[in-house]
Design a protein. Structure first.
Ligand code: ATP
Ligand code: MG
Ligand code: MG
Length: 554
């Protein structure tokens, strides 16, 4: 189920609603920087912010593009973010905002701080600013520009805006405390000069607000109640609160939670971008990527991702989550939703010598054997020449291999018992070309009238009636649980075998018209999804979403 699980943030919101702290309002926001595609870590934040808003009458969650950083942003990213949040099942209604829409008001707030003696223009070089800041164990030193008059500061700040000074030559800084035990409060920068064109505001600005100034004020302007962010912003909270207090404006409450880290993957947009740019993957939506678009293309459902995000919980301590939790979430969701069909990943020809040459039987098979009426039936053609999986035959079977082997009888799913008589090999290479069998016509439907049992049931397709397709099998993108650990370049930890392409797979006839995005369980081999990019009517491409828990025969 989709029931929200209790967590400390939900508890805070519930308490606030009870006490009427925010006048009964619940307004959260999800504030991505449009400098990359969203990943599964963002999904955690989306589910939390939009999820909480949904739980209260009149609750709202804003989608805010945090686009205060002018160089790295891109329209493509914004569109992708919008698509991904919608696909996850959330809706911001009218409440789509851009932090850059607040540039004029942020400027006015900065002027207000200068007028009240709480901000000053500083001419120290970036290197000097660093030196003056001090360390965790040593207090910093006041900037020689700290005592400038309000008039001088106003004049200089206006001229900064007018473009009179080069990049990096001056900063607007908050005047707080150079001896504060919190480094973030040692006169942090509020504005810097960057003569860079902004995607939305064009050349209007050459000074841009810093994150710590823009973010809290954006929250305040939008009258956000609970500003939920990840733990690395815990120290920033002191500055968040200082700015809002100094300006005596509406004061949203910042609450931090532990970010999602997933084993065998990476979450940093910068690193994901590197994988895309250096072509380690086919794009942001490569089905191996931990991006929402990658997971979607792989075949994940929005429900599975939402369930995963609920299940991992929301805490205050950083931790790593096993990727099996994500895989289980999708398995569980698809288990009840997907039709069962037969597909052969690596075909091996099977010939039934005593089956009539031209006979084709149309066998009835349920799409959902556990509850056949639920999804109905389809006809599966059966004939003398079939394909089975190469892995379902062993010439010299190991102990407990219950599938096909010389002299061995097995059940063909929905069809007959067959007994292997011999194999035909390529004379030169020794490769097995055909497995020959006889079938028992009395066992039609899969049971023997004399009550004899077989230990293995294998799947198959009719050679002449099946559809050739391409199948793509995915493995973890990285070989190690913590890519890049120990100072290594994370790229060195990539799994060279994360994609296996099978160009000669076969699926049963009923899948011939499968549409992009459709999901199926191929019996015994996993859940598959028709690729939305590379699949065509005459060349179907199936992505394996995830394996079944148990890929061995019953
Ligand atoms: P990156 O470091 O990958 O660039 P970011 O945090 O800078 O990520 P933003 O676009 O600023 O990316 O993120 C938007 C929101 O998503 C923020 O509120 C951030 O806290 C949240 N978020 C980002 N990564 C994670 C994660 N791994 N787990 C939970 N929330 C996350
Ligand atoms: Mg950020
Ligand atoms: Mg970032």
């Amino acid at each position: 189920g989709n029931k929200p699980s209790p967590n400390f943030i939900r508890h805070i919101v519930a308490e606030d609603t009870k006490t009427g702290k925010w006048g009964g309002r619940v307004v959260t926001r999800f504030p991505p920087e449009p400098n990359g595609y969203l990943h599964i870590g963002h999904a955690k934040s989306i589910c939390l912010n939009f999820g909480i808003a949904k739980e209260y009458e009149g609750g709202k969650c804003h989608l805010r593009f945090d686009d205060t950083n002018p160089t790295k942003e891109d329209e493509e990213y914004k569109e992708a973010i919008i698509e991904d949040v919608k696909w996850l099942g959330f809706d911001w209604g009218e409440n789509l905002f851009h932090a850059s829409d607040y540039f004029e008001r942020l400027y006015e707030f900065a002027v207000q701080l200068i007028k009240s003696g709480k901000a000053y223009v500083c001419d120290l070089s970036p290197e000097e600013v660093r030196q003056y800041r001090g360390t965790l164990t040593e207090p910093g030193k006041n900037s020689p520009y700290r005592e400038r008059s309000v008039e001088e500061n106003l004049d200089l700040f206006e001229r900064m805006r007018a473009g009179e000074f080069p990049d990096g030559s001056r900063l607007l800084r908050a005047k707080i405390d150079m001896a504060s035990p919190k480094l973030i409060l040692r006169d942090p920068a509020l504005y810097r000069i960057r003569k860079v064109r902004h995607e939305r505001t064009g050349d209007k600005w050459c000074i841009y607000p810093m994150y710590d100034f823009a973010h809290c004020l954006s929250d305040s302007l939008e009258r956000i109640t609970h500003s939920i962010c990840t733990l690395e912003f815990e120290d920033n909270r002191a500055l968040y609160d200082w700015v809002l207090d100094a300006l005596e404006v509406y004061h949203s409450q910042q609450i931090e939670f532990a970010r999602l880290n997933l084993d065998f993957t990476i979450m940093s947009k910068r690193k994901l971008l590197q994988l895309v740019e250096q072509k380690y993957v086919s794009g942001w939506d490569d089905p191996r990527m931990p991006t929402i678009s990658g997971l979607r293309r792989r075949g994940f459902t929005p429900e599975s991702i939402r369930n995963f995000c609920e299940r991992i919980g929301v805490g205050k301590k950083d931790s790593w989550i096993g990727i099996d939790k994500l895989e289980n979430a999708i398995r569980e969701d698809l288990n009840t939703k997907t039709p069962r069909v037969m597909g052969i990943l690596r075909p091996l020809k099977l010939v039934i010598d005593n089956y009539p040459d031209d006979l084709v039987e149309e066998l009835e098979a349920p799409y959902f054997p556990d509850d056949p009426p639920k999804m109905g039936f389809r006809k599966v053609p059966f004939s003398k020449e079939l394909y089975v999986e190469q892995t379902d035959f062993m010439e010299e079977p190991f102990k407990k291999f219950w599938r096909l082997a010389p002299g061995r009888e097995v059940r063909l799913r929905w069809a007959y018992f067959v007994t292997c008589t011999h194999v035909v090999k390529d004379e030169e290479t020794g490769e097995i070309l055909e497995v020959h069998c006889t079938y028992d016509p009395e066992t039609k439907g899969g049971d023997a009238p004399d009550g004899r049992k077989v230990k293995g049931t294998i799947h198959w397709v009719s050679a002449a009636h099946s559809v050739p397709v391409e199948v793509r099998l995915y493995d973890r993108l990285f070989e190690v649980a913590r890519p890049g650990e120990g100072g290594k370049d994370f790229v060195e930890d990539l799994n060279a075998n994360s994609l296996e392409t099978l160009p000669e797979s076969r699926v049963e006839r009923s899948l011939g018209q499968a549409k992009p995005g459709e999901r199926y369980q191929f019996e015994r081999t996993g859940y598959f999804c028709v690729d939305t990019k590379d699949s065509a009517e005459d060349h179907l491409v199936f992505n394996r979403i995830v394996t079944l828990r148990d890929t061995w025969a019953k």
